[in-house]
Design a protein around this ligand. Structure first.
Ligand code: URA
Length: 466
């Protein structure tokens, strides 16, 4: 059979046709950067119809993208819109991106911690979908907080406060907006090259000097196989580094919810208590991971010689209240009402509350975190379909964690739902998601491996067998 590659003219300036590019990828060929750029440009300006883009995505999903193709797609998608230029800030800019989880609220801690240590943090975040929570939905639990800022306003908030957390704008990486929506509808999300280009195109368009990737592992992670997670982490580090952004990926445990709260307002309240210097039962993992991630951000931002020294600076900013001051200033600058933090418990007004008692005695041996994420979503805290509203006050507060010993009848979790009739389903899911045992489970490290550029290159070389 004649392959498209064989008949395609070898003249690099020859006109391109989407049908040839689809057939080439379908037949296992490797696309040239200009062919990939043609796809990304056609996705963002609408010149390539959705059926052809979907066919190309499926061909790329089935045959994979090489490292060079992934890099070319990332850069072409980055260049499909405007670039945020942080040069005027006069500081290095560093962001953190998490692959998503349950109770994963480190953004509210790491952004002010890094900013309090002199790094500028332009953070562009997402919304809840599926079993994972969304930073923007949590922030919108604060009355008045604006997540949609123009790039000019974004820059002015960062200049004033050191950090700003907003949602994706139409201006940055529009090709991803189009391609991601199509991937969602055509079963082509779970491909390392496509995920890498999607995440990094948005991050690189924000003009970052440094990027810390928090890639989740365990029962609450999107990718369940450790090998897939490691490959994606290494791929993102090498792709981002070769595009000029200092990048590190930390593989971190999502085998249980992070911290004690999973929802919207209750997660913010937990973070503000930590920023006020309190040590909370069942929040130690959240505090520790946030300090580790912030330590890396401060190091990549040039304010500490090593991530360990960055950790110590972050801890000092937590203890002396300077990170809390940055957080409040940022919320105020984005029109949020900071008075709700005067008494977070008084502001919390769920439609229905129920304490679930431990239904067995023993050690909490396993938590199916994906199921727990669905339980949180069913309280009203998350959404089933993009665009649906979420309840700021719904969610679950956990009173025990993996490894804890509980007695039957002790409070295990408190559920907050939009209405009483929404309590039964999450309670049933919660009870299915927990396994008790007579013996304590083996401890799981909070941070597994760390991929710097060198480690990531080594990993990819070994993975490709060269
Ligand atoms: N998040 C993104 O932004 N893109 C993906 O492809 C996956 C997760």
């Amino acid at each position: 059979m004649t392959k498209t590659e064989d008949i395609q003219p070898a003249i690099s300036a020859a006109p391109l046709h989407m049908i040839d590019i689809i057939r080439k990828k379908r037949d296992g060929g490797t696309l040239e950067p200009r062919e990939i750029a043609f796809v990304a440009a056609g996705a963002s300006d609408g010149s390539i119809p959705a059926d052809q883009l979907a066919a190309w995505l499926m061909a790329a999903w089935l045959n994979g993208l090489s490292l060079d193709e992934t890099r070319a797609l990332t850069l072409a998608m980055r260049d499909s819109g405007e670039m945020f230029s942080p040069a005027g800030l006069g500081k290095r800019t560093v962001d953190k991106h998490s692959s998503g989880g349950v109770g994963d609220k480190t953004s509210f801690l790491v952004a002010p911690l890094a900013a309090a240590c002199g790094v500028a943090v332009p953070m562009i975040s997402g919304r809840a979908l599926g079993h994972t929570g969304g930073t923007l939905d949590k922030l919108e639990a604060i009355p008045g907080y604006r997540t949609a800022l123009s790039l000019e306003e974004f820059e002015s908030v960062i200049a004033k406060c050191g950090a700003s957390i907003i949602g994706q704008t139409d201006q940055l990486a529009p090709a991803d907006r189009k391609l991601y929506a199509l991937r969602d509808r055509t079963g082509t999300v779970e491909n390392p090259g496509l995920i890498c280009a999607s995440i990094l195109s948005k991050k690189l368009a924000a003009g970052l000097n440094g990027l810390v990737l928090d890639v989740k592992t365990g029962s609450g992670a999107f990718l369940r196989e450790m090998e897939d997670t490691e490959f994606l982490a290494a791929l993102m580090v090498v792709t981002s580094e070769t595009a000029g952004t200092r990048t590190v990926a930390l593989l971190t445990d999502m085998g249980q919810p992070l911290g004690r709260a999973a929802g919207n307002w209750i997660e913010l309240a937990e973070c503000v208590e930590l920023l006020r210097g309190q040590r909370l039962a069942w929040s130690e993992d959240l505090r520790e991971l946030s300090l580790i991630l912030a330590g890396w951000m401060i190091h990549l931002g040039g304010k500490a010689e090593s991530p360990d020294k960055g950790y110590l600076l972050a801890e000092a900013a937590l203890e002396d209240g300077s990170a809390l001051a940055v957080f409040m200033k940022m919320v105020d600058a984005q029109s949020g009402d900071i008075s709700v933090f005067d008494d977070p418990a008084a502001f919390h007004k769920p439609g229905a509350t129920q304490v679930v008692e431990a239904w067995e005695s023993g050690f909490v041996a396993e938590m199916d975190t994906t199921a727990l994420g669905w339980a949180v979503q069913r309280t009203g805290a998350g959404r089933e379909k993009a665009g649906e509203p979420v309840d700021p006050h719904a969610g679950i507060l956990f009173h025990a964690r993996r490894g804890a010993h509980v007695e039957r009848g002790e409070p295990f979790a408190t559920l907050y739902a939009t209405a009483p009739e929404l309590l039964a389903e999450p309670i049933a899911i919660l009870k299915q998601a927990i396994r008790f045992s007579n013996t304590a489970p083996n401890p799981v490290p909070l941070v597994g491996c760390v991929f710097t550029r060198e480690a990531a290159e080594k990993y990819l070389k070994a993975a490709s067998g060269s």
